[in-house]
Ligand binder design. Structure first.
Ligand SMILES: *Cc1c(COP(=O)(O)O)cnc(C)c1O
Length: 451
């Protein structure tokens, strides 16, 4: 059975169930696989004959290594991945992969929906209930709320900054009801985050089984490897064909999942890690020294405004290094090995905008800010490696353009079409704010009296 260790190496190894229900290790490290299982190259190539759910089953089965019976795992996947992925050929060799067809039109639906069902499954074995606390600046809240909606052993409390989320983002959280409670705060994302952290550290709330569902949970990370295998298997023609992946990166969960797929045997030519003006990672790859960016820089691709990505701890771990939660390097990773598989570019906001405009002009298609960062980074990579011809690439589009109507309209004068799932939300009734919170005590007594 594959065990999981903390990237800070100061707590005992755990099984998958404990890693999922705990979320973060007690020493503040992230849980990581003790070994990466391999999938045979021929098996990977033959994924071309399987659909998304079947590939998900093959990949997760080998990682989870019998920690969930096969029929239960199949059910979890069937319920979680009840949507498609879009793959669009843009040029001769460059593809855009739309991970945006889930209920909240964000790629976060993949991880969040599988995590929700893994948690519910493990909780029912333990006959326990939990309360998930999530602070959100907008997008994560919606994905987590939708994913956890109507789970019987999970309640979700989402804290969001009332005046800093879009109408659409707020409605994704406030129109659900049932086990989902969304609380608007007069403040910023950091204030929400602080309330959550204080609650986690509050011993008087221990009996409420508070837990988190952010991207540090290994149960949210591993399912993201699936779409690397899926997209690869749709486009290659021979067994040893390698592909370039361009990955819009913020907290680096997406890229980490890609590296895990690569280490499992997926033939990858290179990962292009595309970041916005928060350029701590490309600077680290170049120089070998790491400086987090505090506070993080505000860019158009807002979900990628991260100045000290949590999942760097996992990338270091995969390459024999160690970095703690504060961004202090304890042990250097094998830097040249990292450089041989990852190239990282920082894309400015002005180039992001230019890319959105050019992409529309050239291909008559709309790309949103996060995907545009990925596409722009791919162009930089192509320019530097013009000798490489005939290698296929996949750029991930991580959100639907309709989530950023104002930016898109101002750049290309076209209104992106609202997908069905977002259109439905627009007409739904919002639940009123359940409590006014001006200080931590207000939040605490809400949890104690209402949950
Ligand atoms: C969260 C998010 C990202 C960044 O993904 P990471 O896994 O944190 O690197 C990129 N794009 C969108 C739209 C997101 O919501």
């Amino acid at each position: 059975m594959i065990k999981f260790h903390s990237t800070n190496h100061s707590t005992p190894d755990v099984n998958f169930k404990t890693a999922v229900l705990k979320g973060q290790a007690l020493d503040k490290g992230l849980y990581m696989l003790n070994q990466i299982p391999k999938i045979n190259q021929e098996v990977i190539f033959n994924f071309k004959d399987l659909n998304l759910q079947e590939i998900a089953f093959q990949v997760l089965k080998i990682i989870l290594d019998q920690q969930i019976p096969e029929k239960d795992l199949k059910k979890i996947i069937k319920n979680a991945l009840n949507f498609e992925i879009g793959l669009e050929k843009i040029t001769q060799n460059d593809y855009l992969c739309h991970l945006t067809k889930g209920p909240t039109c964000s790629f976060k639906d993949f991880g969040a929906r599988i995590l929700a069902r893994l948690m519910e499954y493990f909780l029912s074995i333990d006959k326990k209930n939990i309360i998930i606390l999530t602070a959100t600046s907008g997008d994560t809240g919606g994905a987590v709320a939708q994913a956890m909606y109507s789970m019987s052993r999970i309640k979700v409390i989402i804290l969001y900054p009332k005046n800093e989320v879009s109408d659409l983002q707020r409605k994704q959280m406030t129109t659900l009801g049932k086990n989902v409670i969304a609380i608007g705060i007069n403040g910023k994302f950091d204030d929400c985050q602080k309330l959550v952290k204080t609650a986690f550290a509050d011993e008087e709330l221990e009996d409420y089984n508070l837990s988190s569902a952010n991207s540090i949970n290994i149960g949210r990370l591993l399912p993201q490897s699936i779409y690397y295998f899926w997209s690869y298997s749709r486009i290659v023609k021979t067994m040893d064909e390698k592909v370039i992946f361009s990955v819009p990166s913020g907290n680096f969960g997406n890229l980490t999942a890609g590296i895990i797929a690569y280490k499992m045997g997926l033939p990858v030519e290179r990962f292009v890690s595309a970041v916005n003006e928060n350029d701590e990672f490309p600077k680290f790859l170049e120089s070998g020294s790491y400086h987090s960016i505090v506070p993080s820089r505000n860019c158009l691709s807002s979900a990628m405004n991260v100045g000290n990505p949590s999942n760097l701890a996992r990338i270091f771990d995969l390459y024999g290094g160690q970095i703690d939660e504060n961004g202090i390097i304890i042990k250097n990773p094998a830097l040249n090995d990292l450089r041989s598989i990852i190239t990282s570019y920082s894309i400015s906001d002005s180039l992001t905008k230019e890319t959105i405009v050019d992409f529309y002009k050239q291909y008559n298609r709309i790309i949103e800010p996060h995907g545009a960062v990925g596409w722009a980074a791919l162009q930089k990579y192509h320019k530097k490696n013009s000798h490489q011809t005939g290698i296929k690439s996949i750029t991930f589009e991580t959100a639907d353009p309709a989530k950023f109507p104002n930016e898109i309209i101002s750049l290309i004068k076209v209104e992106p079409k609202l997908p069905k799932s977002l259109e439905n939300i627009q007409n739904k009734e919002e639940n009123p704010n359940p409590v006014e919170i001006t200080k931590y005590e207000d939040f605490k007594s809400f949890v104690q009296n209402k949950m």
